[in-house]
Design a binder for this molecule. Structure first.
Ligand SMILES: [Zn+2]
Ligand SMILES: [Zn+2]
Length: 897
């Protein structure tokens, strides 16, 4: 083509136009091209000619960083009907990649028609461009539209998905690739294997393993290390170990991989052993190896050993890097040792290691749940100094931290600073306003978000729904719930339903919450463990026993019983709703148990007065290798108390302090006062209360009052009663206690300067209510209730029963009660409830379950025992003190409450 004359009506071109100082330029407007070609000219020659000039010019622009002009010029080239050479086009694509401009890349792509032939090379380049400029979906579209692909195309597409961590897609592409007749090379195999490891696809890993052996790539270290990593990451440690032992030329990566595998499975001892073997084999552990070990200890919650590892690595002359520090800070923070985490952060700065975004995010996030504002602000200022003020990750954690600390203005400031907000940024800020009850602000933000470049996701909608629910605006919440699928085009998930359920529960509307739960299931939305865990505590009472069974049914259908916290919660709810047998059954079926499992069932047995069962379980628990904690001891002291074995109880109390280093808290002291009080060791009880390491609270003095009352010791009752009155001066029922005791002891009322509460207050506090469930209906009764149908029959039945009870009343000695006497307020509500259950409803129940708002009085307690014997029924009654289980004339509280 050299020597051809270019016909042009402007300045003639030199042979090498791109070397000129001021080259001619194509206008980006295609109207008046500066170069016009003679129309009579042979078209083939002119296109060739034009193409050459065009290419030269485009190359020139590219080379000089004028990519935008180059791409704009394509319009006029296209209008003229000229073509661009593939090489030039590829160069333009590369420039778009270099400039990271998907915008220009797209424009360029539109001009693909400027190539006389579209070849796989150019298309592969386009795939790379889209992938590298951040639009993997466009990349995939080009890729899928290609008629012919080569190994490079596959590599580009797989590499792109791998960079975006779309592991499933990588594996899918691998299979299509094999179908197309291409076998990955030793660069591509590690990428595919990495995907297998990261999404736990050990089967594909195995398949690749066999292909690798057949294709003779197994000696490639990169490939064999990747195979090892798949087995290790997927927890197939036996296979991993076998492969590892056979590996030739093990390097640091191989050793780290196997150590990491053991660590991931929590088998840190094994990891340690491999670590020593590594050194024996003459390979010095690298920083990476040490970090793997240390991180693993942290993840297992053992910060001490993690610290030891750091010390050890230093003794080997290896300096901790930012990963070491970050992992250690995260470990401390996750184990609620925020102060130490903060100290370590300072130490890190002093050691001259610069924190990265992850370090800062970790540290700030640690402050959020603890509401550690001061520390959080310190991290914030470090972040600003280090130039992370606009970083989206750091910013998001700051918004969350400030919101949780109630500093919404500071959160908003951070929010405004973040330039490239992501969906988390918006959600954190909206969540912050919702949590604080500013639903209006949250809603404004929610609307702004819809106008931004970040669309609300399902979490945003759920947060808004929850926000409205929490502020009591149920209608708005329901409105959003209804609209999210229609208007928002967002599919509701279990969490959306959970927001409604949690909201109704929070607002005290348990039945509404259960209704939503049932509706959710009828629409085939699967309730998850969150749903179950929020609903169960709402059913922890005797009149909700059927509801617990209903939820348990759902748990079984959804296979959620294997979830430890769900199973634990079921044990608790069954116990509290009066079905301790079911609690035990669930416990026995559980393959894994944690300390909460044991504690929950032990506490359940204590609640039901089954001290022996509780103590047996305690022994089993210790044999199973569990270390009793605070909660366990509260139950065990109570269990000894129930069994009347004071000395054993006292021994447990001292052993708790001396052997287990658990400092007694209020619950332990309360259990001790009950233990001593039950057995009538009143002097000891008083001494215990007077020498308590913590200031006795209302519950402890109440327990002492009960002890005095039960054993007819008016002096003690007066002493405890006066203390109670000091703590709650306006409390009507305690005033009545004290006044009653005064009357019994002959003390003048005037000696106590009583502040009388308002009359309305008193009636409200001392009115006894009982609830009972009969045939899925909850009935309520109030003392002296005449409103129920057949009231007359109920009353005469109660009278006839009362006439049959004889023998001394154990409470006769000091007859003071929480509820007004029946002579004043009428027949107590629990008697009416029992009568209703036995003779007032068509079918007499064998198991009666009653919830009562006040402490049951001695008279009703006696009657319940009597009825349980002559009617051969079981009566469960939970009052404000405990759960009474009446059976065969006895009560599980052993007449002490
Ligand atoms: Zn009563
Ligand atoms: Zn009882």
């Amino acid at each position: 083509m050299e020597g051809l004359i270019i016909v042009c009506n402007s300045t003639p071109l030199s042979a090498t136009p791109f070397e000129r100082e001021t080259p001619f330029e194509f206008s980006s407007k295609p109207l008046k091209p500066k170069i016009s070609f003679n129309k009579t000219h042979d078209p083939v020659v002119s296109i060739k000619l034009d193409s050459r000039v065009t290419d030269a010019h485009l190359n020139y622009l590219c080379k000089n960083g004028r990519l935008e002009e180059a791409i704009a010029a394509l319009d006029s080239i296209a209008q003229r009907g000229s073509k661009v050479r593939p090489h030039t086009f590829a160069r333009l694509i590369q420039s778009c990649i270099d400039a990271n401009s998907i915008h220009l890349g797209r424009k360029l792509h539109k001009h693909i028609g400027l190539l006389s032939e579209i070849d796989p090379f150019t298309e592969t380049k386009l795939v790379s461009m889209y992938a590298k400029c951040g639009s993997l979906d466009d990349a995939r579209m080009v890729f899928d539209g290609m008629r012919q692909r080569n190994l490079y195309t596959w590599s580009a597409m797989i590499g792109a998905c791998s960079r975006e961590r779309r592991w499933r897609e990588v594996i899918g592409l691998f299979f299509s690739m094999m179908e197309d007749g291409f076998v990955p090379d030793d660069f591509l195999f590690p990428k595919i294997l990495q995907a297998c490891g990261n999404c736990g696809d050990v089967e594909t890993g195995k398949l690749i393993h066999s292909i690798v052996i057949r294709s003779g790539l197994s000696c490639e270290n990169r490939v064999s290390n990747s195979i090892l990593a798949v087995y290790a990451k997927c927890g197939r440690l036996t296979s991993a170990r076998r492969f590892f032992e056979k590996m030739e030329g093990k390097d640091k990566v191989s050793w780290n991989s196997i150590i990491s595998g053991y660590c991931l499975k929590g088998e840190i001892e094994e990891a340690r052993q491999v670590f020593y073997l590594m050194r024996k084999d003459g390979i010095e552990p690298s920083l990476v190896t040490w970090n793997i070990l240390m991180t693993s200890y942290n993840q297992l919650g053992n910060c001490e050993l993690a610290m030891e590892v750091i010390k050890e690595m230093k003794s080997f002359g290896i300096t901790p890097d930012v990963i070491t520090w970050t992992s250690m800070i995260a470990g401390l923070a996750q184990n609620n040792r925020t102060t130490q985490a903060l100290e370590l952060f300072t130490e890190m700065l002093l050691a001259g290691v610069e924190p990265n975004g992850i370090t800062l995010t970790t540290a700030i996030s640690a402050c959020a749940p603890l509401k550690a504002l001061r520390e959080g602000m310190e991290f914030h200022s470090v972040a600003v100094k280090m130039g992370y003020a606009e970083d989206v990750l750091v910013g998001n954690s700051l918004i969350d931290m400030y919101s949780k600390c109630g500093k919404l203005e500071a959160a908003q400031e951070v929010f405004d600073t973040i330039l490239e907000k992501d969906v988390y940024t918006w959600n954190s800020m909206i969540g912050g306003y919702c949590q604080a009850g500013y639903c209006g602000k949250a809603h404004d933000l929610f609307m702004n978000m819809q106008g931004s470049n970040v669309a609300p996701n399902v979490i945003t909608w759920n947060v808004m729904i929850m926000g409205y629910m929490l502020s009591g605006a149920e209608d708005q919440a329901m409105d959003l719930f209804d609209r999210m699928e229609k208007d928002g085009n967002i599919k509701r998930d279990a969490a959306s339903w959970n927001s409604l359920i949690a909201g109704y529960l929070q607002n005290g509307q348990k039945n509404k919450a259960l209704e939503i739960f049932r509706k959710m299931q009828s629409l085939f939305v699967r309730p998850n463990s969150v749903t179950i865990l929020s609903l169960l505590p709402a059913c922890e009472n005797l009149v909700a026993a059927k509801k617990v069974k209903e939820i348990h049914g759902c748990v079984l259908r959804r296979n959620l019983e294997s979830d430890l916290s769900v199973a634990n919660s079921l044990i608790d709810s069954y116990a509290k709703s009066g079905n301790i047998i079911h609690s035990r059954n669930i416990f026995d079926r559980m393959s894994t148990k944690d300390i909460i499992t044991w504690n929950t069932l032990i506490a359940g047995f204590v609640l039901h007065g089954c001290s022996r069962a509780a103590l047996d379980l305690f022994d089993q628990m210790k044999k199973a290798g569990f270390k009793p904690n605070r909660g366990t001891f509260v139950s065990i002291i109570s269990a000894w108390g129930l069994a009347g074995m004071v000395d054993e109880g006292k021994r447990v109390f001292s052993s708790m302090i001396e052997d287990y280093y658990v400092l007694p808290c209020m619950e332990h002291c309360l259990a001790m006062v009950n233990l001593l009080g039950r057995s009538g060791r009143l002097e000891e009880a008083i001494e215990f209360v007077e020498n308590m390491p913590i200031e006795p609270d209302f519950s402890v003095w109440s327990a002492l009052l009960t002890a005095g009352r039960f054993h007819g010791n008016s002096r003690l009752a007066v002493y405890a009663g006066e203390r109670l009155l000091q703590l709650k001066p306006g409390n009507a029922s305690i005033q009545r206690f004290v006044l009653q005791t005064y009357a019994l002891c002959g003390i003048s009322e005037d000696s106590l300067n009583l502040r009388m509460p308002g009359k309305g207050n008193e009636t409200k506090e001392s009115t006894g209510w009982s609830w009972i469930e009969v045939k899925n209906m909850v009935h309520d009764f109030v003392a002296g209730d005449q409103s129920k149908p057949n009231s007359g029959i109920l009353y005469s039945w109660i009278r006839s029963i009362a006439g049959q009870i004889w023998g001394p009343d154990p409470h006769d000695g000091l007859c003071i009660e929480e509820e007004e006497k029946e002579e004043i307020c009428g027949v107590h509500s629990e008697k009416l409830a029992i009568a209703f259950a036995l003779i007032g409803s068509p079918q007499a129940s064998q198991s009666i379950r009653i919830v009562k708002n006040l402490k049951i009085c001695g008279d009703c307690h006696r009657m319940a025992k009597f009825i349980s014997k002559i009617y051969r029924c079981e009566i469960y009654l939970s009052d404000s003190a405990c759960l009474h289980h009446f059976k065969g004339g006895h009560c599980s509280c052993r007449d002490y409450w």
